[in-house]
Structure formats: C-alpha cells, structure tokens
Design a protein. Structure first.
Length: 171
C-alpha cells in the first residue's frame, strides 16, 4: 500500500475498473454519496461510500463508536471521519466481479433505505442545530402553503370556509 504522509489518515481504497454494476446500485450509491457530500461538505468530496477496503489510523479506531449493524456501517465510518475532520485518501485498486455462483447479501432497496435513514440520524446527532433548523424551515413552509390560500380567500370574501385548513396551518 502506498505510504500516505498524514498523521491521522483514513484511506478509502476503491475502483470499479472492469466491474459490472446494477443500475439501481449505481443510482443508490449516487444518492448516498451526494447526500453525504451535501450534508458534510469538504474540500475533497467523497467519491464512493459503499465500496472498498478501509485502512484506519489508531486515532480513528479509538474515537469511532460502532453503533450500527449491517450494511450502514460503511456510511457511519465515512461520516465519522468527515465529522472529526480526519484526512481521507482514495487509492485506486482493481475490483473484480464476484465469482460465478456467489451471491451478494445486499438487498438494494431495503439496505438503501437503512443507509439513508442512518445518514439523517447521524446528521441529527452530529449537527443538531442545522438539522432542526432545516426541519423548522420545512414546517414553516408547509404552514404557509396551507395558510396563504385560506388568507387570500378571507381577504377576497371576508369568510373562512376552510376553517380546518386554517387551524391546521397553525400547528
């Protein structure tokens, strides 16, 4: 393995040279990668979360709480490294298809949902102010969406015929 001059490094070693991938896996990986890069922006965006070998420094191992079981642990490791501002290095390696007759344990849709839920759970835990401000903004927008048509009708007619919608817009 290539020597990396970082005291605290996390190496994501990956490559898809010559590897055939399912289109739903590609779309799912893109959604996960873009979600992480949007919620944890860095100068070097994460290129792949779901594939590769990982080599960790002692600092990473000592600070990483293993909370998840299953496929979402790769996402949790990536987010932990980003949150702790640890250096990440991607090194290309050859990646081959599975041997004939072997099957993946990955269930694309259910595991994808678990990974996305873990991303938002970790965002809530690691960056609570941003998470709850975004949630509050969505709730205000939903309330305004309900309130504006009722208010416009009140201004036009002086009546509030959709009283339940008016009440719901205040919750």
């Amino acid at each position: 393995m290539k020597s990396v001059p970082f005291q605290r490094n996390v190496a994501f070693i990956l490559s898809f040279a010559g590897h055939r991938r399912n289109s739903s896996d590609v779309v799912g990986n893109d959604i996960v990668r873009k979600s992480i890069n949007t919620l944890w922006p860095t100068h070097e965006p994460v290129r792949d979360v779901m594939t590769g070998y990982r080599a960790f420094s002692p600092m990473f191992v000592k600070t990483f709480p293993i909370l998840s079981q299953g496929f979402e642990i790769e996402t949790e490791m990536t987010i932990h490294a980003l949150d702790k501002n640890l250096s990440m290095v991607s090194l290309p390696v050859q990646y081959r298809d599975r041997p004939f007759g072997s099957e993946s344990k990955l269930d694309t849709y259910s595991d994808g949902v678990k990974v996305l839920r873990s991303i938002f759970r970790l965002y809530r835990d690691y960056r609570p102010m941003r998470f709850f401000c975004a949630l509050a903004l969505l709730m205000v927008l939903a309330a305004l969406t309900l309130f504006c048509p009722v208010f416009a009708e009140y201004v036009r007619t002086g009546l509030v015929p959709r009283f339940p919608t008016f009440i719901a817009s205040h919750f």
